[in-house]
Design a protein around this ligand. Structure first.
Ligand SMILES: [Zn+2]
Ligand SMILES: [Zn+2]
Length: 137
């Protein structure tokens, strides 16, 4: 038997292996951590449901609810869903705009390249049109 000092808790323990690093209590923990790290590596970006992750946006720790969840609940909501619909209803009117088939993605990409939302792009375009063509406004 070899005598070791546990790297994690500092407790002295004996092991048949001369390379043991952790006592029996910590070995399980260390192994579990390794397993988890391995599983995360293997699954690439997919998050393990129920695992704890740190939100890259706000830095808070959150529990993963779906394999595509990359941010905490708050940040997922603010990224995904439209801004507060109640606010929108109170402050904006909604116009449904039809675009030529296939142009939707192009418009979206263009808006993104300009650092704007499609909504903002359309409003900006409208302002420019008005300033070039006169009209009330
Ligand atoms: Zn230990
Ligand atoms: Zn967050």
């Amino acid at each position: 038997m070899f005598k070791h000092k546990c790297e994690l808790c500092g407790m002295e323990f004996e092991s048949k292996s001369n390379r043991a690093k952790n006592c029996i209590y910590c070995r399980d923990k260390a192994q579990a951590a390794r397993n988890r790290a391995y599983a995360e590596k293997k699954s690439g970006n997919a998050m393990k449901i129920g695992s704890e992750q740190v939100c890259p946006i706000c830095g808070k720790t959150y529990t993963v609810n779906s394999s595509v969840q990359k941010y905490c609940k708050g940040c997922t909501a603010s990224k995904k869903s439209a801004p507060n619909t109640e606010y929108l209803k109170g402050h904006y009117d909604y116009i449904c705009v039809n675009v030529p088939k296939g142009d939707r993605e192009k418009i979206k990409a263009y808006a993104e390249s300009q650092g704007m939302s499609v909504n903002k792009l359309l409003l900006t375009a409208l302002e420019e049109y008005k300033s070039n063509h006169g009209g009330k406004g």
